[in-house]
Design a binder for this molecule. Structure first.
Ligand SMILES: Cc1cc2nc3c(=O)[nH]c(=O)nc-3n(C[C@H](O)[C@H](O)[C@H](O)COP(=O)(O)OP(=O)(O)OC[C@H]3O[C@@H](n4cnc5c(N)ncnc54)[C@H](O)[C@@H]3O)c2cc1C
Length: 359
């Protein structure tokens, strides 16, 4: 989020410094599967669906721009996303989801079990059918991160890695900059984009429960030929196939604070879901596994925009969809900084909704 916002602001001519305690991408943004799936993630929330679809289209433009300017292919592919059903109840849910999506103007096709097996032969033959969303897709988060960071640097952004922000400094209701370990840095605008750690930074008008960590564990393998053409959700998990045959399986949703690592229980859960979707994975060897922290919020929507402290912005709390929503977030922060009147969506994401009266 920090790199995306910095890149966008620098393109507008702002002088930007990124302060990162580790290196860009050290946390959730490199751990993500890179699914751009607003329809599966947000079929029951019209606002989140609309934001996700807009951001997915911004990804298409951004991918083209990064390829043209820096020759980096960030792996943006409109490969389509499937949700498969095991059992009659899940099948009925798919029908309902398809209808809701169509009402919102999203193309969503209901597939029979026969169509599913024909289109994705590696899918479990016990699946009764699927919902296909052809416009959704994926991007490769690590490639995206390095391209956006490179873009930001080319636009003049200064990166100070190994710089931990200890506090946001303000005088009354006006931001003054930030406090680092050994120095105070002045700035008339500060954007806090510290993911799950955002509300731990002193000086923000939120309690620590406004943004909280939700651990997610992932497992990867390789298959030849590539397992699926599409991203496949099912059995409470998902399987993402890259064009080179790499397969990413996810994920757990755990409220365990900032406890790092992968666990026996977490791996069993993720592998169980993935092999239910694609039984052939049970003989695949594990290539790697990791975990990271999604920044969750009480209402499931991110905090994007200016706080009651003038010049202090937040771009955080994107939970399961931070890769998807990064380009839109950058646009919204840029618009808020340039003093544009906030749209209805921007108002809904305003961080001020969590500020205490008089804070
Ligand atoms: C397993 C998993 C799978 C996911 N899959 C998807 C997916 O398929 N699609 C999708 O859209 N989203 C996905 N997500 C969600 C997505 O990864 C996050 O929403 C997004 O990466 C959050 O980005 P961020 O920049 O806010 O946080 P982060 O990427 O965590 O970055 C926060 C940064 O702030 C730095 N920082 C923290 N505190 C300080 C401080 N005091 N001073 C300086 N620096 C600090 C950290 O070092 C870190 O680099 C997934 C997440 C997980 C964990």
């Amino acid at each position: 989020m920090g790199c995306s916002v910095a890149y966008r602001l620098a393109k507008d001519g702002a002088r930007v410094t990124v302060l990162e305690r580790s290196i860009p991408g050290a946390e959730a943004s490199s751990a993500a599967a890179g699914i751009l799936g607003p329809a599966v993630e947000s079929f029951d929330d019209a606002l989140a669906l609309q934001l996700g679809r807009r951001s997915r289209e911004l990804h298409a433009t951004l991918a083209e721009e990064l390829d043209e300017q820096f020759g980096i292919d960030v792996g943006f592919r409109r490969c389509g996303v499937l949700k498969v059903a095991f059992g009659e109840a899940e099948l009925a849910e798919l029908d309902e989801q398809a209808e809701r999506l169509r009402v919102q103007g999203v193309r969503a096709d209901r597939w029979s079990a026969e169509t599913l097996v024909r289109e994705e032969p590696a899918c479990n033959r016990e699946a009764l059918g699927a919902l296909s969303i052809p416009e959704d897709g994926q991007v490769e988060p690590k490639k995206l991160l390095s391209a956006v960071a490179l873009g930001a640097e080319r636009e003049g952004v200064t990166f100070r890695t190994g710089s931990t922000v200890r506090a946001v400094n303000a005088t009354g209701r006006r931001v003054r900059g930030v406090q680092l370990t050994d120095e105070a840095l002045d700035g008339d605008r500060v954007v806090v984009a510290a993911g799950s750690w955002t509300t731990l930074i002193p000086g923000l008008p939120y309690d620590t429960e406004t943004i909280f960590p939700v651990r997610g564990q992932m497992v990867t393998t390789q298959t030849r030929p590539p397992l699926f053409r599409r991203v496949v959700f099912g059995a409470g998990g998902y399987v993402v196939t890259r064009p080179d045959g790499r397969v990413l399986c996810g994920s757990t949703m755990e409220r365990v604070g900032f406890q790092r690592g992968t666990t026996f229980g977490g791996m069993a859960d993720v592998i169980g879901k993935a092999t239910r979707i694609a039984p052939s994975l049970s003989t695949a060897s594990i290539e790697s596994h990791w975990s990271s922290f999604r920044p969750g919020t009480p209402d499931g929507l991110p905090l994007v925009g200016e706080t009651h402290i003038e010049g202090l912005f937040v771009a955080s709390g994107h939970y399961r969809n931070g890769i998807l929503l990064a380009p839109l977030t950058a646009e919204l922060v840029a618009a808020a900084m340039s003093g544009e009147v906030a749209s209805r969506e921007a108002q809904a994401l305003s961080p001020r909704r969590f500020e205490e009266q008089g804070a």
